[in-house]
Design a binder for this molecule. Sequence first.
Ligand code: FES
Length: 265
Amino acid sequence: MTEFTRVADVGDLPDPGKLLVEMDGDPVALFHVGGSFHAIDDVCTHDGGPLVDGELADHTIACPRHGAKFDIRTGAALSMPAIRATRAYDVKLEAGGIFLRLREASAGPVSQPSAAAVPAAAAPPPAASPAASTNAPTAAEPAAATAAAGGDTATGLAEQTLSEDLIREMLKEVKDPELFVNIVDLGLIYNVTIAAEPADNGRQVSIDMTMTSPACPAGPQLIADTKRAVGSHRDVGDVEVRIVMEPPWTPDRMTDAARDQLGIF
Ligand code: FES
């Protein structure tokens, strides 16, 4: 197990308060709330936002970029668009200093109460509670999601009269590989245009699509899957997919169906 490292003085952080510190070269967000100190990586797992600059409410910090929320006691992701926890640290107070140690993934939280805290406030929160409220899908969900996108349904749609609504329906077979929710319900499809006149190989379809973040690693796969899904229609020729970042995607673009799937209420 790694040693604790001194990162700040206790007097540096009022209650409530937050402070950016450094630990082995990594930025760490340090918090003092309700008499206890907590620390998590200062990196939003959605797209690298600086968490310490976000709004702190009780034991929740909101990423200033797109609003994902994290539990400062465990690093658990509590809301979209983040789905993965950020790393958490154990905290120790000694000789007026605040010491941190990267928490092992399976360990429960160890957060050091300040000297002024009453014993009842020092009890760490149960590890299972915040983790249970994350929106991360279980390992079983990808298989279930894939099975739901039945080939028979796709084949049936490919035979129907071409329209914008039909294309949006066909695009529901394309799922974000991290969230396992289809790109239509996620609100990633902005515009669908079908050429009035067919070319030699069929009618051209142009799709304006966005991503949940500019650096979304799933981008190339989503573009390829979109072209494949729409291109399977008997009357479609070329499929053009344009990635647009304006207006930027926000969680309120999701449908209720997507919210249900992700456990957001
Ligand atoms: S970078 Fe944090 S929510 Fe997008």
